[in-house]
Design a protein around this ligand. Structure first.
Ligand code: SF4
Length: 344
């Protein structure tokens, strides 16, 4: 049996044609699942009994199980999911003024081994299915009271999204589809470390979510060391690929830059960064690394972070310092996997 959660609209349409069913039933089914949240095909009362029976024979409706919920003093909440094969993944719900963001995972572990990231120490255990990918959103949303429901999604949790291409693209299509999850594409951000071949493929898809690129260095020698993927796709190659496919009008790429003491946080780095990104419609998100066990990197001083930001602003960049959230529960950037390690 197949989980219908995460099953793409296109595949469902194909299946209905094979079954000799009218295509408009696809939207009805999606509506029952994603808008009305039914968990049983028998509840789909505007669909014929025979189609409901076919659906029931072929599919089931299932969500990843929330095993544990940990709440930070700032309200950020980390959800630990136990998957069907006993793998664990984490999602983080982040409340802020006017928005509630869910950071979701795409893989159990990650093969890209960035040195500042705990998930990278796990290696890749496996890819998530599209059901597990969108299921995190659905399971958390169902557990939240009405006023705390998710408004924004960032795909920045465990794993490299573009390294799990098809399930992530299928999931994204469901997220933005008005018939399914109906999340506006400007409310979704996909973050990538820069798998250039997949990035180029993704830029060719008709999916216009926000794009964030985890850059983190201004010289290949440094990026090679902290993000080994750079040996395959050096900074120039990555930036050229981004330049080749300009974003839609009024959209900007976010460049993420984790500041690591003595590694990439000098004034010379700020100068090089400003030169590298010249001409890009972009925002720069500076993330001051915060020490935690299991990762051999150090926090930069507050003064260094502010100097770095001020230089970028003086060069007319929009540069933010990301507010640290959920650090007391290891829910911040790069910290996911602690619980996963604890239970495996
Ligand atoms: S930062 Fe992202 S791409 Fe790098 S190891 Fe961590 S999860 Fe993987």
């Amino acid at each position: 049996m197949i989980n219908i959660i995460g099953y793409s609209e296109a595949k469902l349409a194909l299946l209905f044609t094979e079954w000799g069913e009218k295509s408009f039933h696809v939207h009805q089914v999606l509506n029952w699942i994603y808008h009305r949240g039914v968990e049983d095909f028998s509840e789909m009362t505007n669909i014929s009994k025979s189609l409901r029976a076919k659906l029931d024979d072929y599919f089931f409706i299932g969500f990843p199980r929330i095993e544990k919920k940990t709440v930070s003093k700032d309200g950020t909440t980390k959800y630990l999911f136990c998957l069907d094969d006993d793998s664990r993944i984490e999602s983080v719900w982040i409340p802020d003024t006017g928005r509630k963001t869910l950071c979701i995972s795409t893989q159990v572990g990650c093969r890209l081994a960035c040195t500042f990231c705990l998930t990278g120490t796990l290696g890749l255990k496996r890819n998530l299915t599209s059901a597990e990918f969108v299921g995190q959103y659905m399971a958390v949303n169902r557990a939240l009271p009405e006023e705390d429901r998710i408004t924004n999604v960032v795909i920045m949790g465990m794993g490299e999204p573009l390294d799990n291409y098809e399930p992530v693209v299928d999931g994204l299509r469901l997220m933005v589809s008005p018939e399914a999850m109906a999340i506006g594409n400007r409310r979704i951000t996909l973050s990538t470390s820069g798998l250039v071949d997949k990035l180029e493929q993704f830029q060719g898809e008709d999916i216009h979510v926000n794009l964030a690129v985890s850059l983190n260095a201004t010289e290949d020698s440094t990026r090679d060391r902290i993000m080994p993927i750079n040996k395959k796709y050096p900074i120039r190659v990555l930036l050229d690929a981004l330049r080749k496919h300009p974003l839609k009008k009024s959209r900007r790429i976010t460049f993420e830059y984790v500041l690591l003491k003595g590694v990439n946080d000098t004034h010379a780095d700020a100068v090089r960064l400003a030169k590298l990104l010249k001409g890009f419609p972009c925002k720069i998100n500076l993330i001051a690394f915060n020490d935690f066990e299991g990762v051999d990197c150090q926090s930069p001083s507050r003064e260094t972070v502010l100097d770095f930001q001020n230089y970028l602003i003086s060069k007319n960049y929009t540069a933010f310092i990301r507010k640290p959230r959920g650090e007391d529960i290891l829910g911040a950037c790069g910290q996911l996997a602690a619980e996963t390690l604890a239970v495996s």
